[in-house]
Design a protein around this ligand. Structure first.
Ligand SMILES: NC(=O)c1ccc[n+]([C@@H]2O[C@H](COP(=O)([O-])OP(=O)(O)OC[C@H]3O[C@@H](n4cnc5c(N)ncnc54)[C@H](OP(=O)(O)O)[C@@H]3O)[C@@H](O)[C@H]2O)c1
Length: 314
């Protein structure tokens, strides 16, 4: 099968298209013929030697980046009772571990997958994985956002943000999203009650008394995110760069501040599948790349300006 191997940490030229053996599955896994793959900022960070690179390198096996897929089951492990050959599934595979998604076939634990709703495409499903799971786990599992709360979503036009706004609205929260002016209409179209232009408006002048902030920016927004949150409110940070010491200091202000890391979870995927099927959330795909143009997909995510999601078709 064709797969893209990361030879070593570096630029996009380190991504090499190769022919390798189709992976063997374990008893609790299924083999998926991949139709579409989604790319996230963590793919780029890992490619350049940050994030999960050292962990993957330490496994002494060829590094195949990527975690998000949608495809068709071609083989089922001996103990798998939940899926059958021929079914269409999607999910985020083995995160934060070795997902090996940049390939024509992926071995995936059945417990991390959901059936792809028949009324959405593989492209639409593939992108609603790491980004959608992050939004779901932040808002529902961790912050337990509820009806009537006021919440702020940074980078509301991005991968995580555009799902977070839609989920927040479904939960009944008053939702404010930040973006540049060019994405104002997009953010409002997702259901946001207000949009703030982070380039021209100062957060503290526009918002206060927020119950919950989803901060995917870090550094530039840490202090203002906490400043606009009410006492006993919550700020969840997605970037890993915020030190424990800094978090401890922020927590001393009476605001509950912490980092989260998204985790593969089939039950959460099933919730997302249900939302997609009913049209409660929609995936906005701004660019589609063929498998051979993976480098271009990486360069698009590296701009930090992606609207919604991008997808690679196999
Ligand atoms: N901890 C975790 O488990 C976890 C999970 C997922 C993602 N993350 C991290 O969260 C971050 C966001 O991920 P993503 O997939 O949503 O990224 P993304 O799709 O690449 O985000 C792009 C968006 O960010 C917006 N943006 C850039 N700078 C901004 C700023 N200062 N204020 C507001 N919006 C800004 C851009 O909007 P404009 O073009 O309008 O500027 C663009 O739409 C990444 O660092 C990622 O690694 C962490």
């Amino acid at each position: 099968m064709k797969a893209i191997i990361l030879k070593e940490a570096g630029g996009v030229e380190k991504l090499e298209l190769m022919d390798i053996a189709i992976p063997a599955i374990k008893h609790d896994e299924v083999l998926i013929q991949v139709k579409a793959i989604s790319i996230n900022p963590v793919d780029i960070k890992t490619r350049t030697g940050k994030s999960l690179y050292d962990e993957l390198k330490s496994r002494n096996e060829p590094i195949i980046l990527g975690w998000d897929i949608s495809g068709v089951i071609t083989e089922v492990g001996s103990s798998v009772t939940t899926f059958k050959k021929g079914e269409e599934v999607f999910g985020m595979i083995n995160f934060p571990g070795h997902g090996k998604a940049y390939a024509e076939y992926v071995a995936a634990p059945a417990s991390q997958l959901a059936l792809k709703p028949s009324n959405i495409s593989h492209e639409t499903a593939a992108v609603a994985t790491l980004a959608a799971l992050t939004a779901w786990q932040a808002l529902v599992t961790h912050a337990k956002v509820s009806k009537g709360q006021k919440i702020l979503i940074h980078a509301a036009a991005g991968g995580v943000g555009h799902y977070a706004v839609q989920i927040a609205k479904h939960l009944g929260a008053y939702t404010i999203g930040t973006s540049s002016a060019g994405n104002r209409d997009f953010v409002l179209s997702l259901g946001a009650d207000e949009q703030i232009d982070y380039k021209t408006q100062r957060l503290e002048d526009e918002v206060n008394n927020v119950d919950f902030v989803l901060d995917s920016i870090g550094e530039a927004t840490i202090d203002s995110s906490v400043a606009v949150t009410k006492k006993r409110g919550t700020v969840i940070f997605l970037p890993s760069g915020i030190s424990d010491e800094k978090l401890k200091k922020l927590n001393s202000n009476g605001v509950n501040c912490y980092r989260i890391l998204v985790k593969s979870n089939g039950d959460d995927m099933k919730q997302i599948a249900g939302f997609l099927e009913k049209g409660i959330i929609k995936s906005n795909i701004s660019h589609v790349f063929p498998f051979e143009k993976m480098a271009e997909a990486h360069l698009q995510i590296e701009t930090g300006k992606t609207k919604g999601k991008i997808v690679v078709t196999v």
